[in-house]
Design a binder for this molecule. Structure first.
Ligand code: SAM
Length: 235
């Protein structure tokens, strides 16, 4: 289904397009003991910044999946002249083309909210090894949002619902994750400038308008939404 906000990220080619940005990614993954032999799945990989970081820093096997053709094209460009162990695959995270128990680590940076949440979580549980772990960064409502505000956020991002931390935990538990922890975000971490950009040549004016609308929304209501980093295990 078309999503104008995701088109915006794709055409502007914004890397680290999740709350906390690439600084947060580096901080979380720096604390994760990722081995060379491990297989890592980066779902909704966007233009592949995190996948590149994983491959470079840990030399692990990375599979990066996205269903947006422009994101996939830009991710493939990123890896074209490298010998990183990254396989870029176009696919829908709600119906992954991998056998059960395939991955040691799944990473989802601001992706699951854009999908049918329970369907995606069930699929991730299927492809995660039973002793594996999943790390996800997701937008949260910091308080119960009025119906009007829910609608505003959902229509801006093209999503179905904005969950609170408690609601995310309950969806994760329903899907089969028995251990769900919140990773504390380092207090010294301030969002960095976005400096990983691969902009397309012809961008429709509508996407510039949407960018303005998004910035305006953040100024007005940004404090009502936040994010959490969840670390989840099946056992
Ligand atoms: C907010 S962007 C985040 C991109 C990347 N994870 C990052 O942090 O820069 C969300 C990404 O999820 C992808 N996505 C959304 N729904 C998807 C689906 N059903 N299957 C695969 N990818 C999806 C979008 O195309 C987009 O690249």
């Amino acid at each position: 289904m078309a999503n104008a906000y995701l088109d915006l990220l794709a055409y502007f080619g914004i890397g680290g397009a999740h709350p906390g940005g690439f600084d947060l990614t580096q901080s979380i993954l720096g604390d994760e003991n990722i081995q060379r032999t491990e297989s890592v799945l980066d779902i909704g990989c966007g233009t592949g910044q995190t996948a590149a970081f994983l491959a470079e820093k840990f030399d692990c096997q990375v599979t990066a999946v996205d269903n947006h053709p422009i994101m996939i094209e830009k991710a493939k460009q990123r890896f074209a002249n490298t010998n990183f162990n990254v396989s870029v695959v176009e696919g829908d995270v709600q119906r992954l083309d991998f056998v059960d128990n395939s991955f040691d680590l799944i990473l989802a940076e601001s992706v699951i909210a854009f999908t049918s949440i329970s369907k995606t979580l069930n699929e991730l549980v299927r492809v995660l090894k039973s002793d594996g772990r999943m790390i996800m960064i997701e937008m949260t409502a910091e308080q119960t949002l009025s119906e009007e505000l829910q609608e505003k956020v959902c229509s801006l991002y093209g999503i179905q619902e904005v969950l609170t931390e408690v609601q995310w935990k309950s969806k994760l538990q329903e899907a089969g994750f028995t251990k769900v922890h919140i990773i504390n975000t380092p207090s010294e971490l301030t969002p960095s400038e976005i400096n990983d950009i691969n902009q397309s040549e012809n961008i429709h004016m509508d996407l510039f308008d949407l960018l303005d609308k998004h910035n305006h929304f953040l100024r007005q209501y940004g404090h009502l939404t936040g994010y959490r980093v969840f670390r989840c295990q099946l056992h």
